[in-house]
Design a protein around this ligand. Sequence first.
Ligand SMILES: *Cc1c(COP(=O)(O)O)cnc(C)c1O
Length: 363
Amino acid sequence: MNRLICNETGEAFALDDPRWCSEKGKLLTLEFQPHLDISRLSQRKSTLWRYREAIPIDYDENIVSFDEGFTPLLPMRISGRTIYIKQDHLFPTGSFKDRGATILISKVKELGIRHVVQDSSGNAGAAIAAYCARAGIACDIYVPEKTLPEKLRQIRSYNATLHLVPGSREDTASAALAAAGKYYYASHCWNPFFHHGVKTFAYEVCEQLGWCAPDAVILPVGNGSLLIGVFIGFKELLAMQIIEKMPRMIAIQALACAPVYLAFARGKSNHAVHGETIAEGIAIAQPVRIKEMLAAITESNGTVMTVDDDAIKRTQIEMAKKGFYIEVTAAAAMAGVESYLEQSEREELIVTSFTGHGLKSGK
Ligand SMILES: *Cc1c(COP(=O)(O)O)cnc(C)c1O
């Protein structure tokens, strides 16, 4: 049965219940039975909505979309090996967050909600604002005061109400949470519908590899919406027996702000780490879904690695010299790929992602 489940008490809620947390304010997981008939896909548009029966939206009329997704999976030579890069910087708002936003805002429309709140370091805010604009839904976006001007301009242009919050990324999250008492919280961290959009990454990658799962997926990790969503996607494909193995999830964090890395190394999940890094998209001191991230990494036999700001900057410049203009946070993942390849001799099919476009990076 499709329903929302409280992560702590197991309490269940119906999917037409407009809630993003449990009665007691705990995280929810979406329990959903996907369907996929791969023989029908050839007649469908090359967008992420081609996996329609695997997406938890009831009626097509509620779909809020720009025909996004099915981004190119490009082979690239790095350190003498070939890896595959999912070019998710080519989404309409310039980051993979559109995967989550198209499903989440479709759900918002389905629920008849007219006003949402969201908080982000920039990209998730831009994605939610754009899809709200497309659907004619009002939105309030909370961002840290020091967010890049390019990202602020983008969010404002979509006609969102922008709130600049002084202090840390956590202060911004608290401000949005307070507003979420009044309006529906379209959060990429809290709202489980977001993950069920991001999971299309896994579906696309497997289809593009001829319905074969990669051996390892290397992803940048802050709040974990990408990691958790991708893991859900592979788990569903495995359960439907469309693929035969779970790829190893390799999470990349910035050295200065690496709570997931520390928790993984120490076997505990209660570390808040407030370091500064240029990779602002993954500078999350205390990710709310850290337990789920650790479970995805452990269950997939994966690992967590860190990269320092020098390596991130150097990699961003190297990528641009090869013709790829990606944002700093996306370069963190590529720096992670390089250090993974240095350490691992395995003959593996590795997939990674350009998570965000350089055009709004500002540096
Ligand atoms: C949001 C974001 C990430 C990290 O995603 P999380 O869900 O926070 O783990 C990585 N790269 C870019 C460009 C992002 O915008």
